[in-house]
Design a protein around this ligand. Sequence first.
Ligand code: RIB
Ligand code: CA
Length: 313
Amino acid sequence: MTTQRPNGLPVILDVDTGIDDALALAYAVAQPGLDIVAVTTVAGNIDVYRATGNTRNVLAFLGREDVPVHRGATRPLTRAQRGASHVHGTDGLGGADLPESQRAIDVTPGPATIVRLARERPGELTLIAVGPLTNLAIALNVEPRVAEWIPRVVVMGGAYHVPGNITPHAEFNVWADPEAADQVCAAPFGDLMMLGLDVTMQVGLSREVWADLQQRTDRPAAGELAVRVGRQTFVDAGMPQMYLHDPLAVAVAVDPTLVTSETVRISVTTSGEEDGRTVSVGPGPTQVARGVDADRFLAGVHRALGVRDVTAQ
Ligand code: RIB
Ligand code: CA
């Protein structure tokens, strides 16, 4: 579906917070009319307990302690967890050291929350998944009608016509739980959009813009969050830019016209050297993004973080 989305878009965000997951949350809370119904967390970049604490603390830092956060799967469907702390730091947030959220713990687990909300609001919700797809796969296993009740799913995952980022063949979210990704791609969702490295690595937050955020931002909380989570990438690792994998998934959920796509059937390799590879196996219903309006997306990220003089960036 490629129409502009009206305001008042109710979403479930499924995250493994992580540095770019934190920026995706900052982007989401900056979107007028985006109704974050719930956030579910999953083991991925870091263990699910730290991912949950990070998610709660990021939302509190952004002034959105009202958003419920439901802890999800502690590990992939059939394997041991394989993390990415080498990228996101041992705390999963690049050492951001945020204050602790004071929100009471939301006790319903992530997959059950997905099933409950889908059943209560059939046809209404968009699910945005920016970590391993374990929670969505469990929800589908428990209640296959989730594929019917959730009309639209936007996934940050896969590498379709480009190399992987965790192995030469695989993107991290899919590699972390290939069985879950394969089940999600095989489910009969009416509108499944896969945003792979093909598009997410076409645009990044520059070190210059990040450094400027330390001096000035029109959005103090979001700007300071970006400064804190970016330090490991820009200072410790000395990277020139930070890819915005997860914020792109939120941006596309709000405005699908940001990307162009092909529709294919995707299968996921679940063994051997190409474990976690996303493979197009012929005609099918899954939208795989091929191109992105990088300038328009980056301008939106800059606005969400309060970057000034966007036109001069
Ligand atoms: O490959 C990028 C993805 O893996 C992003 O979601 C990042 O947060 C990591 O989970
Ligand atoms: Ca992520």
